[in-house]
Design a protein around this ligand. Sequence first.
Ligand code: SF4
Length: 377
Amino acid sequence: MANRDRISRPAPEIRARVTILAEGCRGSISKQLIKRFDLRAHCDPPTFGVGLKELWQLPEGRVDPGLIQHTVGWPLDSGTYGGSFIYHLDRNRVYVGYVVGLDYRDTKLMPFEVFQQFKHHPSVRPLLEGGEILSAGARTIAAGGWQSLPKLEMPGALLVGDAGGNVNVPKIKGIHQAIRSGVLAAEHLVETGSPEGFDARWRASPGGQELKKVRNIKPGFKRGLWAGLVNAGFETVTAGKAPWTLRIRKPDFATLEKLDEYESPDRGWVNRDLPPRDRLASVFFASTTHDESQPVHLKVPDTDICVGRCVREYDNPCTRFCPAGVYEMVTDESGARRLQINAANCVHCKACDIKDPYENINWTTPEGGSGPNYQSL
Ligand code: SF4
């Protein structure tokens, strides 16, 4: 009862002259303010990736501490953007992960399976075989970069870090950008006391210019893997000095193809036997906890779409893009189909808030600070 009292108490109201929003990717408050102040009026649509990551404990002698390995492509088809990372750590541990661009077209694609298939590549599997997973999780990352930056200032608030979309996507690095934009926001407010002018100041700063330099690399992959690699080479050699900017045409919720307009490619996937067994087994390693009695924090305002149009047009992609298996289509006792939301499993990646083709899922903050408890991830 005491715990119930604690989590049902209204949140405190904090008032400030200027609020710096550092909520991370697809921040709940940032999302509302971007809409309210029309901060995307003069930029391309946002685009994101969903990253899946595991921490492994491996047998002695396999790890080369400090070694960083990146790949692009397999097991994705050449029309879908994605790539992996393996970071070799101390004490015989590695981080292994895969990022899938959420601008993918294939409604049948499962980002979780892409990652698990990657681990079975002949050059990765021997590294992991015989090891054990210590921790696992998933999170979306802002992938739009320079041309998709919203205006970062508004009356009474600033956007910094991933909340503003400041990730260097080719490097899969955003922490240094988050620190830089946070420091600049603090300096700006100390000097001027107002949000006004921060947007232009960030764009002209080394952090903003870093984004500008790599702006054409990710959009180049829209033309396929090989064209994207050639373009990435060109952009790297010329340090982003090309006089053009490749555009991002559609937000991620609009890129899925309908079932009758697209044939999923044969991915040639292999049987897998490395852990985790499935998405639910992976959720165990995220140590996610939500009070079962709290309201469902994943709001689906129109469930008629789920059992009607979405079945026919996309075969309920939420049941596949969620890395935690939160969404299930079930048949109840009367024989009717309905959407079941296993909200307690949510690992807060926010892919559903971004990728649902009808924008029919709204991720809201759960009560009491519940969610994944990532260990060393
Ligand atoms: S319900 Fe949404 S936010 Fe939660 S794990 Fe699934 S896709 Fe991610």
